[in-house]
Design a protein around this ligand. Structure first.
Ligand SMILES: NC(=O)c1ccc[n+]([C@@H]2O[C@H](COP(=O)([O-])OP(=O)(O)OC[C@H]3O[C@@H](n4cnc5c(N)ncnc54)[C@H](OP(=O)(O)O)[C@@H]3O)[C@@H](O)[C@H]2O)c1
Length: 294
């Protein structure tokens, strides 16, 4: 269980950056061959409504990443008062546009817009964020097509630890971007899954009995030594900013020497998630090309 992990003192750090970098090299090669064989340059459309500050840095980083890979990432910015009908028209336009391969509606949307509802206008073949009922439903039926990038990143990091078939995973999160799809994705690979949330009783009792603990609650210091044992492998999906510093949900300093392995923040789930999003774009471009040829 030491793949893509770095031993540092007593602790094992699961190296998300190294995993992401391998993925990126492969993406660069695959995108270049798609272009040379077919002339197609994959194209991603980001739609942002109201220009929320918290999404601006994610948007910039996707645009930079796209440039490095040699794909088009274009941003459409709409005003804060955009109506559901106006946003729907923009989404439907990109869904019908043959030069667009992937569509992402940036979160958060202003409160008058229902993100999941409006996202159902995205053509499921271009749904690289995996937010449509069709793509989420395919996961539930073990007919996976698109996968939410964060859930896919987490499953990748878990599987790189070469777990035994049937291993136990506790996920502390039940959102549509992490916990719900991840639970099904792990079941699809024969893991034994528990899902916890804000109403769950005695979470430490559940996590202590798990081989893997996935945490994504959005609260710095949430996961404490009480949640873990020497056999725990912790995958920390949390993103929190405190005093200008990025941290996960695990109280890293207090648990790092107690657990078997842990993903750091930054440098764990985050970079792998970005690579997974662009893998989805490439997959979408290939699928759409095939339909066109058919
Ligand atoms: N690394 C990445 O690439 C990536 C991508 C997306 C999100 N994130 C991060 O992951 C975190 C979660 O994101 P999200 O979009 O899934 O957020 P979300 O929709 O707010 O979900 C948070 C989840 O945590 C649960 N929770 C909150 N407080 C809890 C508590 N005290 N005990 C147990 N469970 C609790 C919530 O339970 P209820 O359902 O009962 O409310 C919910 O299921 C955030 O920090 C976000 O920034 C990271």
């Amino acid at each position: 269980m030491e793949l893509n992990a770095i031993r540092s003192g007593n602790r094992m750090l699961i190296d998300g950056k190294a995993v992401a970098s391998e993925k990126k090299e492969k993406l660069i090669r695959d995108i270049a061959s798609l272009r040379s064989e077919t002339g197609i340059v994959p194209s991603m459309r980001l739609i942002s409504v109201g220009g929320d500050d918290s999404s601006a840095s994610y948007i910039r980083s996707k645009m930079r990443y796209g440039k490095k890979l040699g794909v088009n990432v274009e941003l459409t910015e709409l005003g804060e008062k955009t109506t559901e009908e106006e946003l729907g028209k923009v989404i439907s336009g990109f869904s019908a546009d043959s030069s667009t391969n992937g569509i992402v509606i940036e979160a958060p949307l202003p409160p008058h817009l229902d993100h999941t509802g409006i996202a159902q206008r995205i053509d499921p073949q271009k749904d690289i964020d995996c937010i449509t009922e069709i793509n989420q439903g395919k996961i539930a039926l073990n007919r996976e097509y698109m996968l939410p990038a964060t859930a896919q990143a987490i499953r990748t990091l878990i599987e790189l630890q070469e777990p035994e078939r049937g291993s136990t995973v506790t996920i502390i999160n039940r959102s549509p971007v992490i916990g719900r799809p991840l639970a099904l994705m792990l079941l699809n690979r024969d893991f034994t899954v528990s899902v916890c949330h804000s109403r769950t009783h005695d979470i430490p009792k559940i996590t202590r009995e798990s081989d893997f603990i996935v945490v994504g609650v959005g609260k710095a210091g949430f996961l404490t030594p009480d949640h873990v044992t020497g056999n725990s492998i912790v995958i920390d999906a949390g993103i929190n900013y405190a005093n200008g510093k990025l941290t996960g949900d695990a109280d890293f300093e207090s648990i790092k020497d107690k657990v078997k392995a842990i993903t750091p923040v930054p440098g764990g789930v985050g970079p792998v998630t970005t690579a997974c999003m662009f893998e989805n774009l490439l997959k979408a471009a290939r699928a759409q090309m095939k339909n066109f040829v058919d």
